[in-house]
Design a protein around this ligand. Sequence first.
Ligand SMILES: [Zn+2]
Ligand SMILES: [Zn+2]
Length: 146
Amino acid sequence: MGTHIGRSWDGPGHVEALCPCPKAPCGLVDRDNTSDACGQHPPENMRTIRTSHRLEDCPEVGRDVVVAMSRTIRAREAVVKAADEWDGAYFSFELDDAIDDYRAAVEHEAAERIRNSERLRSYTDDHMGDCNAAADAIDPDVEEST
Ligand SMILES: [Zn+2]
Ligand SMILES: [Zn+2]
């Protein structure tokens, strides 16, 4: 029987965003499909699992958020690196670019949280189209998101 697992209390988190395991449609990791390179999810690592559901209970939304979180975390690291390497001269193209990338990553993540929100889906019912239109307004180039 398949089970989706995660190491955060509240659905997929940073651990899932950064680990090499394939992600289930909900953004968690399938216990039967972990990566050998992952130090977190393979059962033999004996790490604490804080979130889980059976395959048949999977909400099947959320993977795009986890992918977006990974991009945001890496974009933030790039800002820190560019700032660290800046020699203090008048302008740093690297830092400027890194900040632009980080902003785009944050906006994309925010839009994916709207598009993938279980709460919005059940709450707004047939207004999800409006929510998605709002998400598209802050994150127009959705094709890029894979
Ligand atoms: Zn993993
Ligand atoms: Zn799932």
